[in-house]
Design a protein around this ligand. Sequence first.
Ligand code: ADP
Ligand code: MG
Length: 225
Amino acid sequence: MRAKVLRSEKLEVVSHLAASISHEIRNPMTTTKGFLQLLQGSKQEGKNLEYIKLALDELNRAEGIVRDYLTFAKPTHERMETMDLKEQTEKVISILRPLANMNSVRLDQRLKSVPITGDQSLFQQCILNLLKNSIEAMPNGGKLTITIGSSDQLAIIDIQDTGFGMTDEQMRRLGEPYFTTKDQKGTGLGMMVVFSVIEAMKGKIHVESEQGKGTRFVITIPLDT
Ligand code: ADP
Ligand code: MG
């Protein structure tokens, strides 16, 4: 029991630290990227264009990592608070709608209001990482079904996609830091964040997946009693 407590305390310190520096990291990255793009658009000689492209690729990778960790991080210290699962999920969906449209992914939302306790920004990051993976698994279109409900003791988040699915090996490795099948485009950090956030909320993650058919994540979180 004591080990669990220590772990969530640690997570809180880490997330606070990350939130405080996220601002300081994002701004210089945006500026640097802007100047590199300017250089790329101007007349370049010899190997310069190649160097600029390499620098931009690396910067994009760094941005991906920040996105998987710190999309919602705020510099203020946030306490655990009561929030509505439906409202939080809707916020994340509105951010992802353009990506879904780009991939021709239809969204089917069946959301019920369920109050849970947690850190808002971490929870939104968790849902974002899950939904983003689902959309990315359907590059040629598909359907993403998001159901939020509750039973007596549990909040239930059910995310189902009709994407390319995973092998058993890939399912086993889910959440392992840097495990990605997306080469340069992936960070392999998104699911690690999902597992830590759900664990801190004392929840459970159940995964089903079939190659070529799709993937389903069912997350249960104990309700406040
Ligand atoms: P990334 O998305 O950067 O690759 P993640 O930690 O978010 O890193 O995911 C790790 C890997 O898990 C992905 O590269 C992918 O292979 C697999 N994965 C996660 N969610 C899904 C999904 N819904 N459908 C298919 N594969 C998935
Ligand atoms: Mg991901």
